[in-house]
Design a protein around this ligand. Structure first.
Ligand code: C5P
Length: 224
């Protein structure tokens, strides 16, 4: 029997992460944060002294790095482990985000991560969060959603997250960085961030988390 898969793709700050986790919890499905894999690779590369343009070594690292996700019983986001160490906070910085988008532009790196991502599709089902979940990794997903929000609102959400974590950033600089990262993710040759042909587009600008979740649940139910 085929494992049910729901994909939610879109730019950072669209609310994907939160929505995917809530949806996975509601359905009792597994959750794949594919962005975390690219972030882990960037961190692992730094730690192993692999340069961000050393494609061959990056691909080897992508295929073999020792990573795992530790699900939390209290419903909190899964802890992200690299070589047995909890790096959940370390991978969430702006600089690791930028580095992740650099290594993610290499086709060899994306290929090396393909099977690792597909291995998350196990019963009772999977909610997959990323940029190319619906277009490349899980092309035959049961429901595909492309979630966006205006760059200003996405930068503002990110700003609030960073301030909560005690990072000092300027909102203007963040808007600029959000635009740059989107541009790189949308214009790269392999797996650019585009909606799958059969995805529904959902713009979360001005919507609450509950409202977005309800729309997503409606769509998933209609396709289940
Ligand atoms: O979603 P998150 O901000 O954690 O992703 C970090 C970076 O990883 C993105 O900017 C993107 O370049 C890359 N990524 C990707 N494909 C995915 C998920 C993330 O290229 N499926």
């Amino acid at each position: 029997k085929k494992v049910p898969v729901i994909t939610i793709d879109g730019p950072s700050g669209s609310g994907k992460g939160t929505i995917c986790q809530l949806l996975a919890a509601r359905l009792g499905y597994h959750y794949l944060d594919s962005g975390a894999l690219y972030r882990l690779l960037a961190l692992a590369a730094k730690r192993h002294g692999v340069a961000f343009d050393n494609v061959e070594s990056l691909a080897v690292l992508a295929a073999h790095m020792d990573i795992s996700f530790r699900t939390q019983d209290n419903g909190d986001a899964p802890r992200v482990m690299l070589e047995g160490e909890d790096v959940s906070s370390l991978i969430r910085t702006e600089s690791v985000g930028t580095e992740a988008s650099l290594v993610a532009a290499f086709p060899e790196v994306r290929t090396a991560l393909l099977q690792r991502q597909r291995a998350f599709a196990v019963m009772p089902g999977l909610v997959a969060d990323g940029r190319d979940m619906g277009t490349v990794v899980f092309t035959d997903a049961d429901a595909k959603i492309f979630l966006t929000a205006s760059p200003e609102e996405r930068a503002e959400r990110r700003y609030n997250q960073l301030i909560d974590k005690g990072e000092s950033v300027s909102l203007a600089a963040l808007v600029e960085r959000v635009r740059k990262r989107d541009e790189r993710d949308m214009n790269r040759k392999v797996s650019p961030m585009v909606p799958a042909a059969n995805a529904i587009l959902l713009d979360s600008t001005g919507m609450s988390i509950d409202e977005v979740l309800q729309k997503v649940v409606d769509h998933v139910t209609a396709n289940g």
